[in-house]
Design a protein. Structure first.
Length: 194
């Protein structure tokens, strides 16, 4: 079984913020699979398991707030006896420009506190992750204000293309493994001319 985790913050004020990119992507996965309303489980919203690409897959959006996401993910991983390599964490990334996604099979949290919490709870850096580029703030702008700001309308118009690319990466991860998913996802650019 696999667990797909979308990182974000609960509360209406965080809907469509850059920091909730992981939730937005997982919501699109859940909708594509027609999973309906979640259970409240493992300190978050939980769907599944459902069959996707021949694999049993569950989805989790921690309700612990971003910086404590590891509490939820650790609980789900222990209860379901999952290996860290069976968990895919979807989160925002300020080091990537908007319109890019990046999949990795391991590494540091890169300053993303939710991912840092998950890696700490699982006790390893070897956790696959799919990062959604949200761009970085202009010099002098506070990083927290940037990630907690709403995704601009002009970017929201193109958001469906990011969801499609993330969906394709998820399917490749499930069917062909992390290397194939990385190869495809890491080459994606919303505007092919970039």
């Amino acid at each position: 079984m696999k667990l797909i985790v979308g990182l974000g913050n609960p509360g209406y004020q965080y809907v469509w913020t850059r920091h909730n990119s992981g939730w937005i992507i997982v919501d699109s996965f859940v909708a594509r699979l027609g999973l309906g309303e979640p259970q409240i489980k493992f300190r978050g919203a939980y769907w599944g398991p459902a069959l996707c690409c021949g694999e049993r897959v569950a989805f989790l959006e921690p309700h612990t707030f971003m910086n404590l996401s590891g509490l939820s993910v650790g609980e789900a991983a222990r209860y379901q006896n999952l290996e860290p390599s069976d968990i895919l964490v979807v989160s925002d990334d300020v080091a990537l420009p908007f319109g890019r996604i990046r999949m990795r099979k391991s590494g540091s949290a890169g300053g993303q506190n939710g991912l840092k919490s998950v890696l700490g709870a699982l006790g390893t850096l070897d956790v696959p992750r799919l990062r959604i580029g949200v761009g970085s703030p202009a010099p002098g702008r506070d990083l927290a204000d940037w990630v907690l700001a709403k995704i601009p309308q002009e970017q929201r118009r193109d958001w469906g293309k990011l969801e499609d690319a993330a969906w394709e990466a998820l399917n490749l991860w499930l069917t062909d493994g992390i290397e194939a998913a990385m190869s495809k996802a890491n080459g994606f650019r919303l505007n092919a001319g970039e």
